[in-house]
Design a protein around this ligand. Structure first.
Ligand SMILES: Nc1ncnc2c1ncn2[C@@H]1O[C@H](COP(=O)(O)OP(=O)(O)OP(=O)(O)O)[C@@H](O)[C@H]1O
Ligand SMILES: Nc1ncnc2c1ncn2[C@@H]1O[C@H](COP(=O)(O)OP(=O)(O)OP(=O)(O)O)[C@@H](O)[C@H]1O
Length: 520
């Protein structure tokens, strides 16, 4: 259904080939997972499927891409649009209308669907994605996860033969992610749709995937188990399988539990000693009865929260439960309709927002970094050094606009963290980051905590939380519904358990490292 025949590609502003002699074939009805380090070229490769690369990006492409037997460069854009549905990484940037309903109908209108058919499909899609109550909402006012669902719905509505999704679950809570992937895999099964999904949090997609395409210096396509065995990036369960020498390598939780059965029996009679949380310091920020309203909608409904020096706290909960609203209210730059926030005046506070690229306005990475050094009054080169620790290989001369999403995020993180603020608020900091970049981020966060900073991270990434946070606060409908040590909250929750926790349950082991350290 999709065939790349010796495809190479170079962006106009760069000397390096982004894709080099790439050839592979994806069959009709195949669900192919695309993985690779941050900035390796996954989005570029995805863009070649519907000719977005090079038609909109510029640059030079050689070789040929075939969809359903036709060379894509010979197809009319309209023909290609009927065949390939594409959802990019930043849903808001892809929206063409103002409201949810209009957005769902838009591509069908463009493709000339009859009105009654369109109506029926809009209703169906609203139900399928659980967004019926948002139908008349303005797209700009939706939470990140709600926007992502609308974006996926808007391409599903016209049932394309090929569906290309660039990080479709990055802003979704674990349940919503599973639902969206279940819908997609049902399309594969029932309609024979061919699906290509780039995803950093592979653990979410792996059990649905028929094959994996690994993007790096070379591009490998093959059976997931084979490709991942030697891949530089692997989900926690595969990492655990490799560390424990399990054969076959487990890909699903069920396979993992089978391999871990013996270990679980040992732990049942002799519970392991697991690391406990670090003691934390003085209160760095204290908030009481915080309220945020948007018209009738109460997004934050009276939250009390204290953040302590040296403590890393995760803020979790369903899409739209009020996490971002709470962060902005704590920070002071966002709406606050009630309550108080106190912290010592000289201690700075920084917030890394969900769409970080809004903060980049200079023409090169180097310029952003030196501006950041100046405004934070730190030695020249501090920000750039921080950036290199996060994601290596970003050209200082590159225009921030030309960076991959993960690279942009890394630049904003470096800029915000350079000034060493006493309280750091991060809104979904791991979107677009590969496991190595997440690990680097965890270390930087641990370093900040060790220096006595208080850190609060709004996230859906349970694996990152298990690695990085000692405390988890869970919100629902604008209120705090639980608050406790990470191990207690994650290991006892069906929704928030990590892969390793699911494999180890009922023993509350959360990460690969803990498992390896605690094995007999
Ligand atoms: N328009 C452009 N001009 C020049 N270079 C670009 C452009 N777009 C992307 N690049 C570079 O090409 C490389 C691949 O980018 P791409 O977005 O395909 O990576 P990715 O694997 O999808 O990354 P991520 O995991 O962060 O989403 C990056 O190094 C990026 O800096
Ligand atoms: N400007 C606005 N007008 C109306 N409703 C809004 C506005 N901004 C946010 N909301 C609503 O307030 C609620 C909380 O939004 P918020 O962005 O804080 O959620 P979140 O927990 O960060 O979600 P996500 O995990 O999807 O990012 C959501 O239901 C959202 O639709």
């Amino acid at each position: 259904m999709i065939r790349f025949d010796d495809v190479s590609f170079r962006y106009a502003s760069s000397d390096t080939l982004r894709l080099q002699h790439v050839s592979f074939e994806i069959e009709e009805g195949e669900l192919c997972l695309v993985v690779g380090p941050t900035g390796s070229g996954k989005s570029t490769l995805l863009g070649c499927i519907n000719n977005l690369v090079p038609r909109f990006t510029g640059g030079i492409r050689t070789g040929r891409v075939f969809i359903d037997g036709s060379d894509t460069t010979l197809l009319q854009p309209r023909e290609l649009a009927t065949t390939v549905g594409y959802v990019g990484q930043d849903p808001l940037a892809g929206f063409v209308t103002d409201t949810v309903e209009d957005e769902l109908a838009y591509s069908m209108e463009q493709l000339g669907f009859p009105a009654p058919e369109m109506r029926r499909r809009v209703e169906e899609t609203l139900d399928l994605l659980g967004i019926a109550d948002l139908r008349r909402r303005a797209l700009r006012t939706l939470s990140g996860g709600q926007q992502q669902r609308v974006a996926i719905g808007s391409v599903l509505a016209s049932s394309p033969k090929v569906l290309v999704l660039d990080e479709p679950t990055s802003a979704l809570d674990p349940i919503a992610a599973e639902e969206v992937l279940a819908i997609v895999s049902r399309l594969v099964r029932d309609l024979g749709t061919t699906v290509v999904i780039a995803e950093h949090r592979m653990e979410r997609v792996i059990e649905f995937a028929d094959s994996t395409l690994l993007v790096g210096d070379t591009v490998t396509h093959g059976a997931t188990r084979t490709v991942l065995r030697d891949a530089p990036i692997r989900p926690p369960l595969v990492e655990l399988g490799v560390a424990m020498g399990w054969d076959p390598l487990p890909l699903t939780i069920r396979e993992g539990r089978r391999s871990a059965a013996q270990q679980r029996r040992v732990w049942a009679s002799e519970p392991p000693t697991l690391p406990s949380r670090r003691p934390s310091g003085e209160v760095a920020l204290s908030a009481s009865s915080i309220i945020v309203r948007y018209g009738e909608k109460v997004a934050v409904a009276g939250v009390d929260l204290s953040l302590r020096q040296g403590e890393v706290t995760a803020l979790m909960g369903r899409n739209g439960c009020g996490k971002s609203s709470l962060l902005w209210a704590l920070h002071g730059a966002g709406r606050r309709d009630g309550g108080t926030v106190s912290r010592s005046a000289e201690a700075g506070i920084a917030l890394v927002p969900q769409t970080p690229s809004d903060l980049l306005y200079l023409t090169s990475v180097a310029a952003e970094c030196s501006a950041s050094d100046r405004s934070a009054e730190v030695p020249d080169g501090t920000t750039l050094a921080l950036l290199r620790r996060l994601v290596p290989g970003i050209e200082p001369d590159a225009h921030p606009r030309d960076l991959s999403e993960g690279q942009k995020l890394a630049v904003v993180l470096a800029v915000e963290l350079a000034g060493n603020p006493a309280v750091v608020l991060l809104d979904e900091p791991t979107r677009g980051l590969d496991y190595a970049a997440k690990h680097a981020l965890s270390e930087i966060i641990a370093g900040m905590a060790a220096d006595g900073r208080a850190v609060l991270i709004a996230t859906h990434d349970v694996e990152m939380v298990a690695q990085t946070c000692e405390r988890v606060v869970v919100m629902a409908e604008g209120e705090v519904v639980s608050d406790g040590p990470t191990r207690d909250v994650l290991a006892t929750s069906a929704l928030l358990a990590t892969q390793v926790a699911k494999v180890s349950s009922p023993t509350p082991v959360l990460t690969v490292q803990e498992f390896v350290d605690a094995r007999d």
